[in-house]
Design a protein around this ligand. Structure first.
Ligand SMILES: Nc1ncnc2c1ncn2[C@@H]1O[C@H](COP(=O)(O)OP(=O)(O)OP(=O)(O)O)[C@@H](O)[C@H]1O
Length: 638
């Protein structure tokens, strides 16, 4: 008989009705034997999980409990495949050794921080996730039905049109779950799904997870201290104490288990609190006895204690049947093609850009402000032969504006975006190539628009030559510089936190800015080779050369020397360009180098992001060497 539960509108929703349009997936049982996890902690290594064992079954809602620092999140991370390095032992799915690549296609990990894409509504977030995760094989109307079913199932219908930033803590958690339910994953890991929720919201969340589990999924959550009511909802409880298994079995079995060890739980006490307190050693040294009683997770004696939902548990024979029928589907990494992912992500990013009105207006204001300030400072200096050197300063000011203004917002925002990408990428929403391509393409129109807005003010105000070709050349260099700076922001912030990014950005920019003007004024005297090579690394140098070529390149007549000035040294532009050491410069070579640097910067950004999300061997080795240097060579003052 199919179990029944209350539908969203009070109606009865049967288990078989729920999520009817989703692709069927094989149930997956997870077991692990002699699992250990070691980390390098300072100068010594630390054993966090100590030969623990256990089994989490399909159709059941499992809670991993334990005192703070016991290793709950670590266990969850290792089982989910989120942490791999440092783990040893065996992890099996349906009795066979886990193939991590395949397993990642079947499992979803909902992290503790409910990071949701900003500036879109719940409905939009679900529709975008459905497009990405269900592919084009499913029709739009069917996808809509799936989204509706999940929204109803997780009781999110009232928050449908709410923008994600305005959701309550409980709603955010449910949206995170809803997004991952979209392609019906057989295994769902949740790191502390009730943290930050009140009793009612926690209870709703856990009942919904139980319902999800009843649909034939393995749902595993790490929890802090659930209330007695919440605790009773779990089919399976796994207690971790100092990296070992101190209990595994049904929730109802906890009290008899402890009683058997002469640890009676007071009648009015919450069994969850009690077992955690005993595991943390508050009542004496009993952890050793608990671990022995369950043989560090090998003993399954308490598993069936007072289990009331036997009819809901999927039999092993069903698991095998379902497993064989889905092999082809399991081979696909993503449900949508790279081109579809690119278009969907581009749509999402452009929507978010357009909706971020406050930021857009801020950018408008900033470019207008800088445009008028710089325009006023260098007022009419473009044709004035007595101010040629100041006009060169105008070119440098343009380069600095095009450098800083596009880079700083990226340094501030991208580290947070990386956390979101981490979740979506880990849960197989999309590949990194389409993501990165969409990111670059989505940012380009706004950068071009704001660069042009700035130039529309400063160029005429400073009386630069109003020739179409020179205007286009000047704008091209400014836009290329702005795009490279934006990509440089991505390169820096793809591997660093906000604080470190905001430090590194300006720290790196100082040498770039100095190199851009190094040797200027020396005329045709060549600088030493080292400095010429160093200068070649600064894209700002090419930008500056490009701007000088754009406004002073031949054919340009002599500048006007004002009547009240006796002598104008730089009346002749060719002489001025020569004195600046830029006489042999080719505008198109500068454009070519800048275009190559833009490409290189984007490739570097992509590579670093990829290494942040899934580091390869070389990158891991660099990290280990870095850690080694940090521990062996102390740079902190004693
Ligand atoms: N990379 C690491 N380096 C050093 N110690 C670590 C590292 N990762 C985890 N630990 C340590 O391992 C232990 C277990 O951490 P874990 O986050 O799994 O605990 P937890 O049971 O989830 O705790 P909480 O309930 O407080 O979140 C802690 O003592 C933690 O400090």
């Amino acid at each position: 008989m199919a179990s029944q539960s209350l539908g969203p509108n009070g109606g009865v929703l049967s288990r078989t009705q729920a999520l009817s349009h989703l692709p069927q997936r094989p149930p997956v049982n997870i077991s692990f034997q002699d699992l250990t996890y070691t980390v390098q902690d300072g100068k010594s290594s630390k054993l966090i999980l100590r030969n623990i064992n256990g089994e989490f079954r399909s159709g059941q809602l499992t809670a991993i409990l334990g005192p703070s620092g016991a290793g709950k999140s670590t266990l969850l991370n290792i089982l989910a495949g989120y942490r791999v390095v440092g783990a040893a032992g065996s992890i099996c799915t349906n009795g066979s050794p886990r193939d991590l690549r395949q397993f990642r296609k079947l499992s979803r990990y909902i992290m503790q921080e409910d990071l949701l894409q900003p500036l879109i509504t719940v409905q939009e977030a679900m529709a975008i996730a459905a497009d990405l995760k269900l592919g084009s094989e499913m029709t739009t109307s069917k996808k809509r039905v799936v989204v509706d079913e999940i929204i109803q199932m997780l009781r999110l219908h009232k928050a449908r049109e709410t923008v994600t930033e305005r959701l309550s803590g409980g709603e955010r958690k449910r949206v995170s779950i809803a997004l991952e339910l979209l392609n019906n994953p057989p295994v769902i890991f949740l790191d502390e799904p009730t943290t930050g929720l009140d009793d009612v919201a926690s209870s709703t969340c856990v009942s919904l997870l139980k319902r999800v589990a009843r649909g034939g999924r393995t749902v595993i959550c790490s929890l802090h201290t659930p209330s007695a009511r919440l605790f009773a909802e779990f089919d399976h409880v796994y207690v971790v104490a100092a990296g070992r298994c101190a209990y595994q079995g049904s929730a109802a079995g906890v009290v008899p288990f402890l009683r058997e060890l002469n640890l009676p739980c007071p009648k009015t006490y919450n069994p969850a609190d009690f077992v955690i307190e005993v595991s943390s050693g508050e009542y004496g040294q009993h952890v050793e006895r608990m671990v022995s009683a369950v043989d560090n997770g090998r003993n399954h004696r308490w598993r069936t204690f007072a289990i009331e939902c036997a009819e809901d548990v999927i039999e092993d024979q069903d698991i095998e049947q379902l497993n064989t029928g889905n092999a082809e589907e399991q081979d696909k990494i993503y449900c949508s093609t790279a081109a579809q992912q690119f278009l969907i992500l581009l749509r999402r990013m452009l929507l978010q850009t357009v909706r971020n009105r406050g930021y857009l207006w801020l950018r408008v204001g900033l470019h207008l402000f800088l445009g008028f300030i710089i325009g006023t400072l260098f007022d009419k200096m473009g044709y004035d032969a007595s101010k040629t050197i100041f006009n060169f300063g105008f070119c440098y000011a343009c380069i600095i504006v095009m450098f800083y203004i596009p880079m700083m917002p990226v340094l501030l925002a991208f580290p947070t975006e990386v956390q979101l990408v981490k979740r979506e990428y880990f849960n197989r929403w999309y590949g990194l190539k389409p993501y990165y391509a969409a990111l670059v393409v989505s940012r380009t129109p706004a950068t071009i628009f704001f660069s042009l807005m700035y130039l529309c003010i400063t160029y005429p105000m400073t009386s630069q030559p109003l020739e179409t070709s020179r205007i286009l050349m000047f704008a091209t260099i400014c836009i290329l510089t702005a795009l490279i700076s934006e990509s440089m922001g991505t390169v820096i912030s793809s591997s660093l936190s906000v604080v470190n990014s905001v430090f590194m950005g300006p720290a790196l920019s100082v040498p770039l800015m100095l190199l851009a003007v190094y040797g200027i004024g020396d005329g045709d005297n060549p600088s030493p080779l080292f400095w010429r090579l160093a200068r070649a690394c600064s894209f700002l140098r090419y930008g500056l050369e490009g701007l000088v070529s754009a406004i002073y390149g031949p054919p340009r007549n002599d500048l006007v020397c004002p009547d009240d000035v006796d002598y104008c040294e730089y009346k002749n532009v060719a002489y001025f360009v020569k004195m600046m050491g830029m006489s042999g410069v080719s505008f198109w070579l500068d454009v070519g180098v800048l275009a190559l640097m833009l490409l290189a910067m984007n490739l570097a950004g992509y590579y670093l992001l990829r290494q942040r999300l899934s580091p390869n061997f070389a990158f891991r080795a660099i990290k280990v060497i870095g850690r080694f240097i940090k521990t062996k060579i102390s740079v902190s003052p004693h």
